[in-house]
Design a protein around this ligand. Sequence first.
Ligand code: HGY
Ligand code: MN
Ligand code: MN
Ligand code: MN
Length: 395
Amino acid sequence: MWRELLPVGRHAGTGGYRRYAWTAADAECRDWFRDQARARGLGYEVDRNGNQWAWLGDPAAGDAVVTGSHLDSVPDGGAFDGPLGVVSSFAALDELRARGARPARPLAVVNFGDEEGARFGLACVGSRLAAGQLTPEAAHRLKDADGVTLPQAMERAGYDPGAIGPDPERLARIGAFVELHVEQGRALDLSGHRVGIASAIWPHGRWRFDFRGEANHAGTTRLEDRRDPMLTYAETVLAARKKARLAGALATFGKVAVEPNGVNAIPSLVRGWLDSRAADQETLDAVVAEIERSARRRGERDGVAVDVVRESFTPVVEFGHALRDRLAALLGDAPVLPTGAGHDAGILSGSVPTAMLFVRNPTGVSHSPAETAAEDDCLAGVTALADVLEGLACS
Ligand code: HGY
Ligand code: MN
Ligand code: MN
Ligand code: MN
């Protein structure tokens, strides 16, 4: 199962994955999911938002126990972030069947579409739409770097963008959602555990900083005559690191666009995207405000106008104790740990009892082709997930 998925959407040069929403690679991942469902005789369906579901039992019975994750990736992402959760979910169902477990509740594996937001800039589109946290109108306004809108991309992929929208009836039929995910950090490695349970997801968001200067000739414009937005941007990146370190927060400028982007032209516009996260809302608000103030101050010095737009935001997610404690009871001494990474489970936690399992990542590296997890840790994750599904769904 894992081997069939590994080559899908992998870039030969970097070894990283480029599985962006509604692209050919995404379609190949979706075909893989559908084939896995059918090969197990599971009820296969695609919901109004393009999320895929594989059912063991009748979804209409309600109180379902659902597991799964996502198959899309960040640019040059790793093999585990997302796919480990989906593959482990199918493997855990296989394990339950091998154990002769008899589910008293419907079980499902889900693949949520466009979790990383790599193409349209907003994370967790599939689960946000289902949970009513993203309106169809706002989704229809999403556009990729080539100007292709989300509806155009969905149509080209054979999906109906007119159908997208909240799916409360579907979510009402879910009694518990448990997402297994490779840990994106080293807490499990440092504590010597293979599997952990999520306590919370830090509040985090994405801000777009527009630095507008004056396009000019790189070879004839004196330094003192320049209004160079790249300078203001560069100083802001340095300031962001300093402010984040002082605040004990995280701040990353990982994506930038430059116009006109010519080697011998001073840019007119530099657009930088800030990803910032912190353990609590107050710290996050403070560090972003500090970075914005620093950008504006520097902009005044450089004659560069600075505009900041918050493009997306996810408040802190505290996973409910009832389900979390149930998992802790089922899994013995698995440690409980927070994460700074966003997940579909975080989005769904507002609508459905939700929990997360983490599988040890020996280097902590993620969102990189170097992301890895040991095979016996992945197998321990499958066993833990099977124990949880059996404990929650089987009499
Ligand atoms: O960005 C995140 O935290 C997640 O990987 N979407
Ligand atoms: Mn990710
Ligand atoms: Mn992920
Ligand atoms: Mn221990």
